[in-house]
Ligand binder design. Structure first.
Ligand code: NAP
Length: 267
């Protein structure tokens, strides 16, 4: 499993983590992922999966990097602190590695939210501060409110079919040592289902590159994401086989020619 630095923290994370939105696979697929080096697990207070994640990491908490999120409707100072306590309880841990603001709420001053996030770092409840679904302007505003901590990551939608972040978010993050955590890297399964891609040409290109490289379509789609500097992908899979397949999307690289072909086809 290839590793990438989280922001400028010195912490090295696998380029493939384990997503858990709508996850119903129980503890075994998560443990399988951990055993294959995907030691980053992403959850959120609103997913209803913190409990199963907490159970899966029992006995190996120190080896796992737990990322969770405070919902965008809990961004008042006291609400953030309370949400963190509740996540800690459900995760059955004393600290969260990465605590992310799930989405911005323009009705709450971002200064208030980020002050709570800094308090959580200072009290040892969380190690690092991240955000999610933030535009560049949101990120700049949030960072400007903090004097002592850095935002280390932005979790945003990124896959072959949804490449909007390439315009400004991705280059901004790469310039500012902010890790991009790519969610829905398989476009929620659309890329692998092979039926609803935009065109037959796109499906054919993906399948051709998969067979050329001896990889699966899912592995090609994930490797395309993680080939970008500072990008980590967090696919969600309910079963052991798919978790294994997704973890094996790391440790090799698509060739520059294959990357170019995918970029052109999925423009
Ligand atoms: P995704 O990972 O792009 O796709 C998940 C779908 O792909 C599931 O239907 C899964 O099926 C299928 N799949 C997984 N591996 C596969 C493989 N190797 N071959 C074929 N199909 C495969 O979508 P996502 O769940 O939306 O995103 C991943 C994670 O990102 C989430 O779990 C969550 O942690 C995070 N996320 C964050 C936000 C946010 O606002 N921050 C939003 C969405 C998602 P099975 O599970 O049935 O195997």
């Amino acid at each position: 499993m290839e590793l990438k630095e989280l922001g400028a923290t010195g912490v090295r994370l696998p380029e493939i983590g384990l997503g858990t939105w709508q996850y119903t696979g129980g503890i075994e697929p998560l443990r399988k992922g951990l055993s294959l080096g995907a030691i980053l697990i992403d959850t959120a207070e609103m997913y209803g999966t913190e409990g199963i994640v907490g159970e899966a990491v029992q006995g190996q908490r120190e080896q796992v990097f737990l990322a969770t999120k405070v919902s965008g409707n809990h961004l008042r100072y006291d609400e953030v602190l309370l949400a963190a306590e509740e996540s800690l309880r459900r995760l059955r841990t004393h600290y969260i590695d990465l605590y992310q603001v799930h989405w911005p709420d323009p009705s709450v001053p971002i200064r208030e939210t980020m002050r709570a996030m800094e308090t959580l770092v200072e009290t040892g409840k969380i190690k690092y501060i991240g955000v999610s679904n933030f535009y560049v302007q949101n990120l700049e505003e949030a960072q400007a409110c903090m004097t002592r901590q850095k935002i280390v990551s932005n979790q945003v939608k990124y896959n072959l079919l949804q490449r909007g972040i390439e315009e400004d978010m991705l280059p901004y993050c790469q310039r500012n040592h902010i890790t991009v955590i790519a969610y829905s890297p398989l476009a929620k399964g659309e890329l692998t289902a092979g039926r609803s891609l935009r065109s037959r040409r796109a499906t054919a290109a993906l399948e051709k590159i998969a067979s050329q490289s001896g990889k699966t379509v899912a592995q090609v789609a994930l490797n395309w994401c993680t080939a970008k500097a500072d990008v980590i992908a967090i696919p969600k899979a309910n079963g052991l086989e798919r978790v294994t397949e997704n973890c094996q999307a790391s440790g090799w690289r698509l060739s520059p020619k294959q990357m170019e072909e995918l970029n052109r086809t999925f423009r």
